[in-house]
Design a protein. Structure first.
Length: 336
């Protein structure tokens, strides 16, 4: 298995994972286990969180415990195993989700804290602007992680293993080809998956430093920036946000808007609205797409919006694992 980004960089990400019922929360805590449904959102969450990352459970406007992710497994035919969690019934008739995507956890701290605490302000703001729990997970910043690492009590270890009997695992794969889809093992390549691949790509090795150098941006060293997933604003959701890991005096932020296909003028307008909302602490904005409408190219001349073209080595007409996706990703300025 390839080295995960959080292990390679020594800078784990921190996520709050939302749980649907009290019973499911108790099962997660009892077995030190997180599971995600056989849906596009579940696959996205499974890709977002890597070994070595840290998570807490989120239920009823409270955060529960701090865990380190030790293992990741995608279980084949998980619906026929003794299920640790209740199956989820979709609003679509006859559609039921089970939990093939799972994380084995090691508990670090024990707590049961309200999101009203100042320590959770970053996540609470996301929840408030989204109108509640409409996502399987929320990424928090390093300031939140530092605060959470000091609340509650130190409690290391894992709960009793879940007895499921024998099973086999699979490598989650993605494709653009409708005929090759086979949920939950082969999922559609969507914008959220591309966002996650870009976030992981930029977090690995010197990719962010290289991209900023190509964009001729040197106001903030790449080493001082953290790369966060979706951030809610009144105007919408920033796909990826770059911000200073430890702000001192100033807190510059760089929003990134991501499109799987051609970026059109409304996408540029959306990005510029995010930049305006960040109130003077946004030196540049970045729009990433496979290609750009000529009006977009004309509109960004002499502006602080940078256009970045993405491509995947070999394309994606067949299938690829998430690791293969982010490792094959190529980012280059549109004018290069």
């Amino acid at each position: 298995m390839p080295t995960e980004v959080s292990q390679a960089t020594g800078k784990p990400s921190y996520f709050l994972v939302s749980v649907s019922t009290r019973k499911n929360l108790n099962l997660c805590i009892e077995h030190s286990l997180a599971g995600f449904p056989s849906s596009q959102g579940g696959a996205w969450t499974f890709c977002e969180i890597t070994q070595g990352d840290l998570i807490s459970f989120l239920y009823g406007a409270k955060a529960y415990n701090l865990y380190r992710v030790k293992t990741k497994e995608a279980i084949r035919e998980a619906q026929v195993l003794p299920p640790p969690w209740e199956l989820l019934k979709s609003r679509k008739p006859g559609k039921t989700y089970f939990f093939p995507y799972r994380l084995g956890l090691e508990q670090i701290r024990s707590f049961d804290e309200s999101l009203v605490r100042a320590e959770f302000a970053y996540v609470a703001e996301n929840l408030l602007l989204r109108g509640g729990y409409k996502k399987t997970h929320f990424q928090a910043d390093q300031t939140t992680l530092q605060s959470v690492s000091q609340i509650g009590a130190l409690t290391q270890g894992r709960g009793p293993s879940l007895e499921t009997g024998s099973y086999t695992t699979f490598d989650l794969r993605f494709t653009r080809n409708r005929e090759l889809r086979n949920q939950p093992e082969v999922m559609p390549f969507t914008e959220t998956i591309l966002q996650s691949a870009i976030r992981r790509h930029l977090a690995s090795e010197n990719s962010l430093e290289d991209l900023l150098a190509k964009l001729r941006f040197n106001e903030v060293p790449a080493s001082e920036l953290e790369i966060l997933g979706e951030k809610a604003l009144p105007q919408g959701h920033i796909d990826i946000l770059l911000k200073k890991r430890v702000p001192l005096g100033a807190d510059p932020k760089i929003p990134i808007e991501v499109k799987t296909k051609k970026a059109v003028p409304k996408d540029l307008i959306q990005l510029q609205s995010y930049m305006d909302e960040l109130r003077g602490e946004c030196p540049i904005g970045i729009l990433i797409a496979s290609e750009f409408h000529k009006k977009v190219i004309a509109s960004v001349r002499d502006s602080n919006v940078k256009l970045v073209h993405y491509s995947l080595e070999g394309g994606l007409e067949q299938t690829a694992t998430f690791d293969e996706l982010y490792r094959s990703l190529i980012l280059r300025p549109a004018d290069a």
